[in-house]
Write a protein that binds this ligand. Sequence first.
Ligand code: DX5
Ligand code: ZN
Length: 220
Amino acid sequence: MTVHRINPSILSADFVNLQHELERITTADLVHVDVMDNHFVPNLTMGPPIVERIQAVSPIPLDVHLMITDADRWAPGYAEMGAYSVTFHAEAAADPVSLARRIRDIGSRAGIALKPGTDPEPYLELLPEFDQVLVMTVEPGFGGQKFMAEMMPKLRRFADAKARLGLDLWLQVDGGITVDTIGMATEAGADTFVAGSAVFGGVPEDRIAELRAAAATHRH
Ligand code: DX5
Ligand code: ZN
């Protein structure tokens, strides 16, 4: 049976009380940290000094999602901080394979993220170089957007390639994940679910449990 990981996104948390917010999600698998630079996406969040502090106090490991240009320059620094996984965008890396190798060499899991408009084809044969693929189910930049069900065929292509190549690869979805949409993503092969507004819009522990239950009612 597939493990389902629930990674709350602190983009929907209270940024002034982050330590307290982190303590409310200890039943989750990893904490999803959205780094935005106002270049790759039209929003600005945080950078290395804040993520380093989150890493220092978080009870659960960090799943860093870099929505920044020049990923080659910045991503290894997040691995050096001790992030459990570092995911950069395919559209923002000059050399995704070398960058993934650097991240792995430092000791983190390497992830590659694809925006909704990005063709998965060039990445299918590169999958052995990665530990995680993130299929965006919204345009990156903001929480609280509507889940794009039309991304499910893309997810299935990665799931098929993963099976064909016999890889231990995590397939992550991010954007619009709720109890109503998580099953669709599970059916299409996702095992790792990012949820921001769905978790922090209520009592996080309850919301995490509800998401786990909803994911488990589907066959994967
Ligand atoms: C969007 C971010 C997401 C965001 C998800 O660019 O990458 O991680 O926080 O928020 P929800 O779950 O509210 O769609
Ligand atoms: Zn994210």
